[in-house]
Design a protein around this ligand. Structure first.
Ligand code: G3I
Length: 356
């Protein structure tokens, strides 16, 4: 009796399955929808980037896999700086930067170039260079045009000039200003444009969220470049910020940059939990949640600017373990959306939530 019932049930199941398989027109079966994994690059409506370190890319598979999986834009943390690419007057060393560019091309990622002109990370030969104004001009032009030319068609955008404004709102008294005067900034953009007319050119700086002094000076600089007819496509807000910064200051930094009409790149974001650089400091879940809320506020403000101006958001480094902050300031910190074990922190979900 029991086995008879079982048999009838199996026959019923077989006939139902047959009925299903023969009665549906295969032409109307919807293709199986591929479930896309949630990652930053899959989920966000604008490019998501990270500043990457070449030696970690080469030596650490976890690091590299995380970059491959999460991001669709990369910036070289150091490999495209003057000292890295051009260590002696007639010597260019392309191998590390080429490695990153080739990796990006092979994995379908955008490369943002950082940076053609900065007062830091200059090689000794530049710091010690003795030359006339014309020779300095030639040095500036040759470096920019050789670098942009080398990566033409591969690097889509450049931080042409980095950190030219001091925190008090004056033009920083850098070696470039001393040798060439303040108008060198516009000429740096022109040289870059001549070398690759298709590259998007950015002015990049930090501190837009500090308050009006530095922010206004930066905005005045980019607006004056525009009004002189100098081609500038975007403004980079580094946004090395801190958990104690107000949402209002962060939102104003973003909206005022967008008001220039230029593309806006949040180009180096990290959110320090230990901004006073205490030697002894503990990471807590409360701090992680406060950090998450801050990431969300920034993403929300960024998502509100016109789509055509959203160049993307790039975090500076990949995980808390490789962030520049602890080594630079000799103090513990946890500024990024991934922890030192390559796991997603609360900030990760907050970034996704910022565009909902
Ligand atoms: O490569 C040398 C190594 O050979 C040497 O043994 C070691 C000893 O100190 O120094 C190494 O170079 C360091 C380099 O990072 C690579 O690790 C430099 O000293 C150090 O100054 C350099 O710091 C970088 C800094 O910019 C200056 O270029 C940081 O990694 C990098 O994260 C930081 O990035 C900047 C952005 O470019 C602009 N905005 C701010 C941001 C954070 O400071």
């Amino acid at each position: 009796m029991a086995s008879g019932l079982l048999l009838s049930a199996s026959l019923l199941a077989i006939s139902c399955a047959k009925y299903q398989s023969t009665s549906i027109d295969p032409g109307v079966i919807a293709p199986l929808k591929q479930v896309e994994e949630i990652t930053l690059q899959n989920s966000m409506p604008f490019a998501m980037g990270a500043a990457v370190n070449v030696s970690l890319m080469k030596s650490n598979a976890n690091y590299r896999d995380l970059v491959t999986k999460e991001f669709n834009s990369i910036t070289a943390e150091n490999a495209m700086k003057f000292a890295s690419l051009h260590p002696a007057k007639d010597t260019y060393t392309w191998s590390d930067a080429d490695y990153l560019v080739n990796y990006a091309i092979a994995s379908g990622k955008r490369v943002h170039g950082h940076t053609l002109n900065w007062y830091k990370s200059l090689p000794d030969w530049v710091n010690n260079f003795q030359g006339t104004t014309a020779e300095w001009e030639n040095l500036l032009k040759t470096h920019i045009q050789t670098v942009v030319g080398h990566f033409k068609g591969k690097v889509v955008s450049w931080d042409v000039v980095n950190e030219a404004i001091a925190d008090d709102g004056t033009i920083r008294n850098s070696i470039w200003v001393q040798k060439l005067g303040t108008d060198y900034i516009g000429r740096a953009f022109q040289y870059a444009h001549e070398a690759d007319p298709d590259a998007l050119l950015f002015y990049n700086d930090y501190g837009h969220e500090f308050g009006p002094t530095k922010r206004t000076a930066i905005l005045n600089l980019v607006n004056s470049l525009k009004s002189k007819g100098i081609l500038i496509d975007g403004i980079g807000l580094q946004m090395h910020t801190r958990v104690t910064q107000t949402d209002a200051n962060l939102a104003t930094a973003i909206s005022t940059a967008a008001a220039t009409g230029l593309k806006v790149h949040i180009s180096e974001i990290d959110i320090a939990l230990n901004p006073d650089r205490a030697q002894s400091f503990t990471y807590t879940s409360t701090l992680a949640d406060q950090q998450a809320a801050k990431y969300k506020a920034i993403v929300k403000a960024y998502n509100a600017i016109p789509k055509a101006q959203q160049f993307g958001i790039t975090q500076w480094n990949v995980t808390d373990a490789d962030s520049w902050i602890p080594s630079n300031y000799s103090c513990p910190d946890w500024p990024l959306p991934f922890d030192g074990q390559y796991q997603r922190k609360p900030a990760y979900q907050a970034i996704l939530d910022g565009v909902k």
